[in-house]
Design a protein around this ligand. Structure first.
Ligand code: ATP
Ligand code: MG
Length: 413
């Protein structure tokens, strides 16, 4: 993509009311636009990163048998009354509105009710089970505080998968698979080293749920971490019983701030019971389907990545989610730059080409702010020396490489 064609511009200042680092940088870099607190539009570069994160998640969900669907944002009041989750006294973050005929509808903040209801039309026998269904879809939540940029939206994308099993054993087995899929997602998104499986409250069906907590000073959560064991406990459930269960001592746990980037939960029969989602077992006996839910926020992940790796110059993307792998900078060597751009893109590389008429200082500052993994500079010097300057954004390392050496480096996985 040629930067001269890109409609987004970078800017020196973020809006004054923006207090989070992730949104400040993403707005300045032209990745997102702030509509209002907790409500952000994704602009072309930001959307590329969001889609890459979503695709990592999608691949991992497909790999454990997930079937993708897309449910509606508009939700029927009657359905939610059956599970006792319509009342604002029970759920405090609903956005609700009315139809012309006066009937109330809500904007879905989650989709257990909707998917359970859908499944009543598709599950009748043990032979229909298990089913794993997921979507990557927009949720609406009237969050009290929306001060964490894209990490806490009032309108935001979520991947929510729901599992439907005949037995608890089947649920347990899938739950472990989903946990591993989440570990894979965080590793692939570059957050593996900073993300810990955290014991959290389990609701009425199981003792614990599991959160994926990513260490960050920008986090709104507090967890107690055992780096040695690679596990953590959410502050909400820290007590003697949990410590015994996990075989850890309080004094060995470190109190740290973190971001809840994912959450997996055994629901049991909470929703299938209320909405009559039953199946007939081998003996023809009717039983409620056993469910689980598995959530992760692609936008929250993107914000967490920005928070985790940015430096004083700007964003630093891991290669797996960068909008482009290479930022090619032309410094008044147009012909050679054009040629290299053609060559790299022909090799299938994702290249953002700064072909704008701007000075070196401005181009370098923009490049650091945007945060592509590799910056390649083509200048008059390149032509005389036949060496290209390659800067690795993450380490700041600068290499002078021949064209073939450079291509070899960029093609390395
Ligand atoms: P929190 O405790 O941070 O409010 P939650 O427990 O309400 O989150 P879940 O309902 O479990 O979150 O949602 C599943 C996932 O969706 C979360 O782990 C997170 O990644 C993402 N998520 C939740 N709320 C938001 C939000 N307001 N903006 C962006 N992502 C969100
Ligand atoms: Mg939570």
């Amino acid at each position: 993509m040629k930067q001269s064609q890109l409609f987004t511009k970078t800017r020196k200042e973020a809006p004054k009311d923006e207090v989070s680092k992730n949104a400040e940088l993403l707005i300045r870099a032209g990745y997102v636009h702030k509509e209002m607190a907790g409500v952000y539009s994704y602009l072309p570069l930001g959307l590329r990163t969001l889609r890459k994160i979503e695709n990592i998640i999608r691949e991992e969900m497909d790999a454990i048998g997930g079937q993708e669907l897309s449910m509606t944002a508009l939700q029927d009041r009657q359905l939610w009354e059956k599970t006792d989750r319509w009342d604002d006294a029970k759920v405090d973050n609903w956005f609700k509105t009315k139809l012309k005929n006066g009937n109330e509808v809500g904007l879905g903040f989650t989709h257990e009710e909707a998917i359970t209801n859908i499944m009543t039309g598709h599950i009748s026998s043990y032979k229909d089970l298990p089913i794993y269904a997921y979507q990557i879809q927009t949720k609406f939540r009237n969050e009290t505080r929306a001060k964490s940029g894209i990490m806490r939206g009032r309108e935001f994308g979520m991947k929510d998968l729901y599992s439907f099993s005949a037995t608890e054993t089947d649920l347990d087995e899938f739950y472990e698979k989903a946990k591993q899929a989440y570990v894979n997602i965080f590793a692939r998104a570059g957050l593996g080293d900073k993300t810990f499986i955290t014991f959290a409250s389990g609701g009425s069906f199981s003792k614990y749920s599991h959160e994926f907590q990513t260490l960050s000073d920008a986090g709104e959560d507090t967890i107690y971490l055992s780096r040695e064991k690679g596990i953590a406990v959410n502050k909400e459930v820290l007590n003697d019983e949990v410590l015994t269960d996990l075989g850890v001592k309080r004094e060995d746990l470190e109190e740290v701030h973190s971001i809840e980037t994912g959450n997996i939960f055994k629901l049991g029969t909470r929703f299938s019971g209320a909405l009559n989602l039953n199946y007939k077992d081998e003996n023809g006996e009717s039983k409620p389907v056993i469910m689980g839910s598995y959530g992760i926020g692609p936008g929250r992940l993107m914000g967490t990545i920005v928070e985790s790796f940015a430096d004083e110059k700007g964003i630093v993307w891991p290669e797996s989610v960068a909008p482009f792998k290479v930022h090619l900078i032309d410094l008044r060597a147009k012909e050679a730059s054009d040629k290299l751009y053609e060559k790299l893109t022909a090799l299938g590389m994702e290249v953002l080409y700064d072909d704008r008429d701007a000075n070196a200082g401005e181009k370098f500052a923009t490049s650091d702010l945007l945060g592509m993994p590799y910056r390649v500079v083509v200048s008059g010097k390149t032509i005389t020396s036949e060496k290209f300057e390659v800067k690795i954004r993450k380490s700041g390392e600068v290499l002078m490489l021949s064209e073939s050496e450079m291509i070899e480096l960029l093609q390395k996985k």
